[in-house]
Ligand binder design. Structure first.
Ligand code: BDP
Length: 737
């Protein structure tokens, strides 16, 4: 029988010794169980900022370096810094060091800027080069005593430094001789919420929106503060509150007052608010007859609206716009270009220092050309036509957040325009909340991809962080996976994707494995026997989902509209480029989308060396094979297999990898709390079931076209094709109201 007791720090601990028989012993065990539960219900709410007590010996070492705390509280940010340090050190070390004004002993922690702290000023640190949000953490001698200083040029840098310092403790790193210096080139590090004003989250799998619009502006849910703390801990400095499919009401005084209240909560944490705006708002909210960007009345309306917003929110960030895409209104409705539209809004915001993030996710119902080519075709000619305060927000790949896509050819192709990366953190196409898919490797793969646009080494990361073409206005956006669920993201492992996104937005050259390890330690603890296998499992998970959903460059094979589960056979309306058959083009002879120079020629949108590689069927990486080429089922792969056999192998490997992940997790029972352990275990079982479904449905369908046998030893799908085709899923989350 399994016994659950509490260890020295009061955490739930399980051991496999038998529970002693007898009434008293049983009651004691029960008491311990509930006591531990009450003290630390591990429901995932604390995310990676758990600050639970460290092992006694480790805490004792750290206490020598945390004997007193010198931290001002003159500004709201300084107050937030103080609170975080007291909370973090108090939790990790069992007791927070006393707050004092002078250094009187060894082991002081001094935090501040040269302007906020005379002590920091006296140390004459080189904070000026850190930039607005950079920081340094250094072991120094202060008034004759060894201690630690956490300093920045501005308060917000100090805040980031404090979170970094706490992370060192959480991950049990040495802190006796620190000399860390961090700054970022990425100016905007944003979360985009696809939240509607009625609380529904488009492509959200973690419950309703966290913004309780009805109770705002008066009730400020403490969750908003935790949201801000958590984001600040990874350097996120902006949030777009509402869906890109924007409701015009967000621009009415009623809602702007609520936005102002949220901005007030976030401000101390260095987070600005932004809004998605509907291009036709001058008609819907302003009562005008047109939203033509060249119409003087329309221009005046937006200027007045911007003035109104900035009166309420002086540090408002700016607008995010989805225009002339998927039915959204836009400048083309009036025969104007995307640049005309973006520039009009940019002009309205410019006097206040605001920016426009104009989305490049644009493709048209009437354009019959390959959808993968359309954004490039639309925007490349506009390079240099945008105002200085406009960024073009470009999805990582040319289609739409698939498990794997080659990098978007716009990266590197518009040197005179700042391009902002848009990643999807919510897993719309990667199994929703229950599939354990760590997105770090996907983000890293895109950022490290070499566009070759300005010669070798022109990575997507360098395009986005401005280094390649000398842009100062730079940014990254992540479509948030956050909702009102207690664990924020719908699953504990999905928290890692929020974390990884933030860390890479700060430094796009970080390794996804290192990030996974950091996150695992902070989220679950430093038990080495747990950390290593879990990080291995996370690192395997992205390739697994590619294999069981869309191997060898296949893409967009999911269920219509809701995007849950496989539907490769779907050829229904309303438009061809929303159907899987448009993308896989499979028939009796072969499979794949011919985007080579003899096909749609999408390859030509890449820089010549990349184009040549993708164009050549012998040189294109297997991972992109069917993205760029249509090939016979009997095509001989590098492995020696036929294409069909190779596909089946990949589908099967994807399922096997999920089995491996489950086995790994199965061996880890007892290493962490029972609550989070069990939830992940059940989710992995769901994932295995659904991976099998993806494999079997896909194989059954493609086999119905090619009539080929499965390679020896590979089991046939569990059900006939008709079974999979008959499945229906009404009310799938994240889709429809
Ligand atoms: C697709 C989503 C859709 C979004 C759209 C977008 O399915 O819900 O509105 O992207 O990014 O991935 O605008």
């Amino acid at each position: 029988m399994l016994a659950i007791t509490a260890d020295a720090e009061g955490r739930a601990v399980r051991d496999r010794r038998p529970v002693p028989v007898g009434l008293v012993a049983a009651l004691l065990a029960l008491l311990a169980l509930f006591g531990a539960r009450l003290a630390h219900a591990e429901d995932g709410y604390e995310l990676w900022l758990r600050y639970h007590a460290l092992p006694a010996a480790q805490a004792a070492t750290y206490r020598d370096h945390a004997s007193q705390l010198l931290a001002g509280d003159a500004t709201p940010t300084q107050q937030a810094i103080r609170q975080e340090l007291l909370r973090g050190l108090g939790g990790l070390l069992g007791k927070a060091p006393p707050l004092e004004d002078t250094v009187t002993r060894d082991g002081a922690i001094v935090v501040g800027t040269p302007a906020s702290s005379p002590l920091v000023a006296r140390l004459k640190l080189d904070t000026a080069g850190l930039g607005h949000d950079g920081y340094l953490i250094r072991s120094v001698v202060i008034d004759g005593h060894p201690g630690t200083v956490i300093a920045g040029q501005d308060d917000v840098g100090v805040l980031y430094g404090v979170f970094h310092f706490l992370r060192l403790l959480q991950t049990e790193q040495p802190i006796a001789q620190l000399d860390l210096r961090q700054s970022t080139r990425m100016k905007l590090r944003l979360l985009d919420h696809w939240d509607n004003l009625d609380g529904h989250v488009e492509r959200g799998y973690a419950g309703a929106s966290i913004w309780d619009w009805q109770k705002l502006p008066d009730w400020l849910d403490p969750r908003y503060t935790d949201y801000a703390r958590t984001n600040a801990s990874i350097g996120i400095n902006g949030t777009v509150l509402n869906n890109v499919n924007a409701q015009p009401a967000i621009l009415t005084p009623l809602y702007l007052d609520k936005v102002k209240a949220l901005a007030g909560v976030f401000r101390p944490y260095g987070i600005r608010v932004y809004l998605s705006v509907r291009f036709s708002a001058p008609i819907e909210v302003g009562g005008l007859k047109t939203a033509d960007p060249l119409d003087p009345q329309v221009r005046r309306w937006w200027r007045d609206k911007a003035d109104e917003i900035y009166r309420l929110i002086p540090d408002f960030g700016g607008f995010l716009v989805k225009a002339n895409s998927e039915g959204q209104p836009g400048p083309q409705d009036y025969g104007r270009s995307h640049a005309d539209g973006a520039n009009m809004l940019a002009d309205a915001l410019a006097p206040h220092g605001g920016i426009v993030m104009w989305r490049a996710f644009v493709y048209s119902q009437t354009n019959v050309d390959d959808r993968a080519k359309q954004a490039y075709a639309e925007f490349k000619p506009l390079d240099g036509a945008f105002r200085d305060n406009v960024l073009l927000q470009v999805k990582n790949g040319p289609i739409d957040f698939q498990p794997r896509e080659p990098f978007n050819p716009l990266f590197g192709a518009m040197p005179r325009t700042p391009l902002m990366m848009e990643f999807q953190v919510t897993k719309e196409y990667l199994g929703f909340a229950t599939h354990l898919v760590y997105l770090g490797p996907l983000f890293e793969e895109t950022l490290a991809a070499d566009t070759m646009a300005r010669g070798k080494g022109s990575t997507v990361a360098k395009v986005v962080d401005g280094e390649l073409d000398g842009h100062a206005l730079t940014g990254m956006a992540g479509v948030a996976n956050i909702g009102a669920d207690r664990d924020w993201c719908g699953s504990d492992f999905d928290q890692a994707n929020w974390y990884a996104y933030g860390r890479l937005a700060w430094d796009p050259t970080l390794s996804s494995r290192a990030i996974a390890e950091e996150w695992t330690r902070m989220t679950f603890g430093n038990d080495e026997a747990f950390v290593k296998p879990v990080v291995d499992m996370m690192m395997l998970s992205r390739e697994a989902v590619v294999d069981y959903m869309t191997p060898l460059g296949l893409h967009h094979l999911m269920g219509h509209g809701h995007h849950y589960g496989p539907e490769p056979w779907d050829a229904s309306g309303p438009r061809a480029d929303w159907t899987p058959v448009y993308y896989h083009r499979a028939d009796k002879q072969g499979i794949g989308f011919d985007r080579s120079s003899t096909g749609s020629n999408a390859v030509a949108q890449y820089a010549p060396p990349v184009a040549a590689q993708f164009d050549d069927v012998r040189r294109v990486p297997d991972a992109y094979l069917l993205w760029f080429h249509h090939l016979p089922w009997t095509y001989r792969m590098r492995s020696g297999h036929t294409l069909w056999d190779e596909l089946v192998t990949h589908y099967t490997r994807g399922v096997d990898d999920v089995k491996k992940m489950r086995e790994t997790w199965g061996r880890l029972d007892g290493h962490i709390d029972a609550e989070r352990y069990r939830k992940a275990a059940v989710f992995l079982a769901i994932q295995q079931k659904e991976a099998q479904w993806w494999r079997d449905a896909s194989i059954a369908y493609f086999q119905s076209l090619n009539g080929l046998p499965l390679p020896a030893g590979y089991p046939a799908p569990e059900h006939p094709l008709a079974y999979y085709q008959a499945l229906r899923f009404p009310y799938v989350p994240g889709h429809g109201p």
